[in-house]
Design a protein around this ligand. Structure first.
Ligand SMILES: *[C@@H]1O[C@H](CO)[C@@H](O)[C@H](O)[C@H]1NC(C)=O
Ligand SMILES: *[C@@H]1O[C@H](CO)[C@@H](O)[C@H](O)[C@H]1NC(C)=O
Ligand SMILES: *[C@@H]1O[C@H](CO)[C@@H](O)[C@H](O)[C@H]1NC(C)=O
Ligand SMILES: [Cu+2]
Length: 560
């Protein structure tokens, strides 16, 4: 690809010049093959498809991943063979990936993180929960069933895992979901007491608990019996009214987790089950003060049954919790797809990638026909006009144990796929270490991006704060650009889950000279539970690089 020709070039040939120079130029232009009589604007072809690039390796299979700060991703596999190895020859199973250098740093870990959960406490500490059995031989790991592991993010490459032998969960949890709560602690729900292709009564864990532990200890949850056997990694979203939306199999409830009460039972989603191992994906659509933070949930994909030849589902269900009698409105998912990854882009649209068209979630022959084409879903459009297709695709199959995360610069980081056990780099669908970056169309629509600066590190709920902005060529003083401000929490990516992922539009006013913006932090912790997010300013749809911003009850709550 000729990079000069394809980068956006705004070429203005008519500059200020004297009359004499002008005439001289006019003459020369008649003979020049490079002469345009008017200023020209070239639009990159990537402005409609975006661009997919393969850069870097993860070293360990990226079963789980989370963004730690502006340039680091924490990757967690389970204890198994990986290409990244310590000097001793033992395989690593966790690394810190650097988004600037595309290198990784090995992180020693003692306990097996097999199909675990994770989330950030309000003070910024990342907690990894649960996992699997003791593993021996060339890589060794202690059992991780009840593990609580701490990781404090830093920019300087000095962070290490901290595992405590005391201070664990009450239950074994393999395939639990973790959600950051408005109180700043974690809600840990479900799972099974040991690994299995599908949950069953003898190993089901129909309960939730909190970290740090709350006085109510472990709480029974009949909903996780009612949704058997497809109830592992339930979908959870903290709602603006302080309750939680919880979904498993084809059922969902509004749940008051403080008082252990089902507030409302919602209708079943039509079609196939959507939870592991018939895995679909779910998001709470952007919360926006313009409609008083009305909630809609979107759930896409899944599989019909636990058969290697099962047909993946090609529908999405969308439900408006603001309706008196909410109903699922069904829409297309364009392709048949199970194990999809849906992530918010800075503009509030949703990028979908990964997954496959046939089979079910799990190892060794269960996944077939990878879906190579990404999609973008625009929740603001009406049905029939929401999907953007024809985006830049990949030729890397990313199925079981793959991940995707939106990164601060507005690209999407895509990694993983390990549908063979033990890992095999020569399999039909190999254990995959290659990283891809998807650059969405908005990065090719203008010659420059907006710049923001003076973003505070932390703000409190409802606080107004000012940042500086430079819109460059996108908008001059006196024009009326479309400005959007939002905070995005990418969450913890694993098994099509994006735990605690959310997107909140922020109220703002821009100065008439277009040099500064006054922004209002989310009004309360139900809208955006405490902790970090990425602040995005968009001008006419083009995002500035996101800046990490902590939203806290008290700024002193942020310890790091
Ligand atoms: C769930 O079902 C199991 C086995 O059928 C039963 O022992 C348990 O009490 C039930 N738990 C809840 C929370 O309903
Ligand atoms: C949800 O699943 C249950 C069984 O698992 C089934 O009986 C019910 O019909 C399903 N609901 C819908 C709307 O398909
Ligand atoms: C955050 O809070 C947890 C739970 O209280 C604590 O264990 C952890 O050390 C805190 N993190 C920092 C960086 O202080
Ligand atoms: Cu798994």
């Amino acid at each position: 690809m000729r990079s000069i020709a394809w980068t956006v070039a705004l070429v203005t040939l008519l500059g200020a010049s004297t009359q004499a120079q002008k005439e001289q130029k006019e003459e020369r232009r008649d003979f020049s093959p490079f002469y345009w009589s008017q200023s020209q604007q070239f639009m990159s072809p990537y402005a409609s498809t975006g661009k997919m690039e393969q850069i870097g390796r993860t070293g360990v299979a990226a079963m789980h991943a989370t963004l730690l700060n502006e340039n680091k991703i924490l990757i967690i596999d389970k204890a198994e063979w990986n290409e990244a190895q310590f000097d001793s020859g033992q395989s690593a199973f966790s690394v810190e990936y650097d988004l600037e250098t595309n290198d990784y740093r090995l992180l020693p870990l003692e306990t097996n993180t097999f199909c675990s959960g994770g989330g950030f406490l309000g003070n910024g500490t990342f907690i990894s929960t649960g996992g699997g059995e003791r593993v021996g031989r060339t890589w060794k790991a202690a059992p991780g069933w009840q593990s609580i592991r701490h990781f404090n993010p830093s920019l300087d490459g000095s962070s290490e895992w901290n595992e405590f032998t005391t201070g664990k969960m009450v239950e074994n949890r393999w395939y639990p979901t973790v959600e950051t709560l408005p109180e700043g602690d974690l809600f840990i729900i479900g799972g099974s007491i040991k690994g299995a292709a599908v949950n069953r009564d003898e190993i089901n864990v129909p309960s939730y608990e909190f970290w740090p532990p709350r006085s109510q200890g472990i709480v029974d949850m009949p909903f996780l019996n009612e949704t058997m056997p497809y109830n592992l990694y339930p979908f959870t979203f903290v709602l603006p009214d302080g309750n939680m939306f919880i979904f498993a199999n084809n059922q969902s409830i509004i749940f008051d987790y403080n008082n252990n009460k089902v507030v409302k039972r919602l209708p079943d989603i039509p079609g196939v089950p959507r939870s592991y191992p018939l895995t679909g994906g779910a998001l709470m659509l952007p919360l926006d003060p313009a409609n008083d933070y009305n909630v809609e949930i979107l759930i896409c994909g899944g599989s019909e049954k636990m058969k290697n030849n099962a047909v993946a589902d090609d529908t999405c269900g969308r439900i408006n919790l603001g309706d008196e009698n909410p109903k699922w409105e069904m829409d297309t998912f364009v392709h048949k797809r199970l194990m999809p990854d849906g992530v918010f882009l800075p503009d509030g649209t949703i990028f979908w990638a990964n997954g496959c068209q046939r089979g079910w979630a799990g190892y060794n022959g269960r996944n077939h026909d990878p879906t190579f084409e990404p999609l973008i879903y625009n929740p603001d459009e009406k049905k029939g006009e929401r999907w953007t297709t024809g985006l830049a695709d990949t030729n890397i199959a990313r199925m079981y144990h793959s991940v995707a995360l939106t990164i601060p610069d507005g690209r999407v980081w895509i990694a993983g796929s390990n549908s063979v056990s033990p890992p095999d780099v020569l399999a039909e669908y190999p254990t995959e270490f290659r990283v891809e970056y998807y650059s969405p169309p908005y990065l090719f629509k203008s010659a420059t991006r907006p710049l923001i600066s003076h973003v505070p590190r932390a703000v409190t709920y409802g606080q107004s704060f000012d940042i500086l902005v430079n819109l460059g060529e996108l908008a001059q003083a006196g024009s009326d650009p479309e400005i959007k401000v939002a905070i995005l929490r990418p969450g913890f990516s694993t098994h099509s889950m994006h735990m605690s992922q959310r997107y909140v539009v922020l109220k703002h006013t821009i100065d008439s000279d277009l040099q500064s913006i006054t922004i209002e932090a989310p009004p309360n912790a139900n809208i955006f539970p405490p902790g970090s997010g990425f602040l995005y300013v968009l001008c006419n749809g083009v995002p500035a690089k996101g800046a990490e911003l902590f939203v806290e009850h008290n700024v002193e709550d942020l310890m790091i």
